[in-house]
Write a protein that binds this ligand. Structure first.
Ligand code: ZN
Length: 450
């Protein structure tokens, strides 16, 4: 069925324009003048922005096995409520972790008929599976993920230099140079416990995850990238101290990409109260001087894109009543609010909606190799369209949270940017605060595109 959506502000060709978008069978069939009269059913959104659906390449859904933490249904509903039409699920913290082809098959089975956003999956690289990656890659994972430090999940141990080298020199990866290897870049180099250490103090928690741990890991990953010329991706960069190295590596032309997350750009350590473990994530949220340097890197392109790293858990595991940062699960729940949080902070720095969209839609889709399918409102692309009001404010309240659990450091915050309506491949899935379709999200596998 063909129909038209139009507005005075359609984000197409990198700018906001008066335009009409013809949707046919889930695809964008044409983009033409706003005024042009047609016989197709037309919905006019007036002054609201029509922008491409977001692709969030870093989400922990935790199903199967830890659905008491999140789950496909709740996570993908939260995603579309936040303008995200495509996401990629991390190979942990589900049980089993996605490190074998069998566990990948279980993952697919458990996701079927529960998806409200299109979803892809990463495979996990752990010690001992470097030679067994081929079947996992053939299943269609969109990348591989590894940790250089304790992941918090026993079944997902971290890799050492040899494990990474073994994986990068394996025929499976050499035959797939475009498949990104995503790495949690922190190396445990030890730290000096301060005299006034307290498990309830955010300051003390920061001291246990020094920025140098990130710098060491990033330095090593750049070296690997130079040696193997394989696409290496640094997830959730938190320390601005690594930026110079990354700038140099990019100038050198190494296939290196970097992401950061809204929480590192919105919060700063000075503002985080002691005992409030909702703010615990690793690497940690650092000070405001660091944050402003991250913003410079977002603007100059050193940081390639912005993703949520949504990593919720059972609220009990946050040890909120004890306020214990040592025991609390390290992960921030923020999938649904990724866009408004980033937009709110971007507005303060006079960054345009066009740039926000580029960082959360186009570049993330390109990262996955989906750059000619998702991330733009252009002829031939999937009709993933978000009707968005960037100037409307809302308050984060439990009643508007779609995540399984309402625990999030964004509670009570006033944010700019309301997602009014979302089309996923031409189907209206979200409208005026409600999910309005069945679970029509599709599983996106790499091999379908190669
Ligand atoms: Zn993560």
């Amino acid at each position: 069925m063909k129909f038209v959506v139009k507005s005075k502000k359609v984000l197409t060709g990198g700018a906001l324009k008066n335009a009409s978008v013809l949707i046919d069978n889930g695809k964008i069939a044409d983009v033409f003048e706003y005024e042009k009269k047609t016989d197709w059913i037309t919905e006019d959104f007036g002054e609201l922005i029509l922008m491409p659906g977001l692709t969030d390449t870093h989400v922990h859904i935790n199903e199967p096995g830890r659905t008491d933490w999140e789950g496909f249904e709740t996570a993908t509903k939260a995603a579309v409520a936040g303008g995200i039409t495509m996401l990629v699920d991390m190979p942990l913290n589900s049980s089993p972790v996605t490190t074998t082809s069998d566990s990948f098959d279980q993952k697919i089975q458990s996701a079927e008929n529960k998806l409200y956003a299109d979803s892809g999956f990463y495979g996990g690289l752990i010690p001992g599976n470097a030679e067994k990656l081929e079947p996992l890659i053939k299943r269609g994972v969109l990348g591989l993920k590894a940790f250089m430090i304790d992941s918090g999940i026993d079944e997902f141990p971290f890799v050492n230099e040899n494990d990474l080298r073994r994986a990068l020199s394996s025929s499976a990866l050499r035959n797939a140079p475009e498949l990104p290897l995503l790495v949690h870049a922190e190396t445990d180099c030890g730290f000096i416990r301060p005299d006034k250490y307290s498990p309830n103090s955010f300051r003390s928690f920061l001291d246990t995850r020094p920025a140098e741990w990130e710098h060491e890991a990033v330095k090593f990953l750049i070296k690997l990238c130079r040696e193997f010329r394989h696409h290496i991706h640094i997830v959730h960069l938190s320390s601005a101290g690594s930026l110079e190295m990354i700038r140099e590596a990019k100038k050198e032309g190494l296939p290196l990409t970097v992401e950061t997350c809204p929480h590192y750009l919105y919060f700063s350590s000075e503002d985080i109260p002691d005992n409030d473990t909702r703010f615990k994530c690793t690497p940690p949220i650092r000070d405001s001087i660091n944050r402003e340097k991250l913003w410079e890197a977002v603007i100059d392109g050193t940081i390639d894109f912005i993703v949520s790293d949504h990593s919720p858990c059972d609220p009990g595991l946050k040890y909120m009543t004890e306020g214990n940062f040592e025991k609390a699960w390290g992960g921030i729940a923020g999938l649904q609010f990724s866009l408004p949080v980033f937009l709110t902070a971007a507005k303060e720095r006079r960054i345009s909606v066009e740039k926000v969209s580029e960082l959360m839609s186009r570049r993330t889709a390109e990262f996955l190799g989906l750059g000619n399918k998702k991330g733009k409102i252009e002829k031939g692309f999937d009709a993933d369209i978000v009707v968005f009001d960037p100037d409307k404010k809302f308050t984060v309240e439990d009643k508007n949270i779609f995540h399984r659990h309402k625990t999030t450091p964004y509670s009570g915050r006033d944010l700019f940017g309301v997602t009014e309506t979302v089309y996923l491949r031409g189907k209206k899935v979200f409208d005026k605060g409600k999910i309005v379709s069945a679970a029509v999200g599709e599983i996106v596998l790499k091999n379908k595109f190669y």
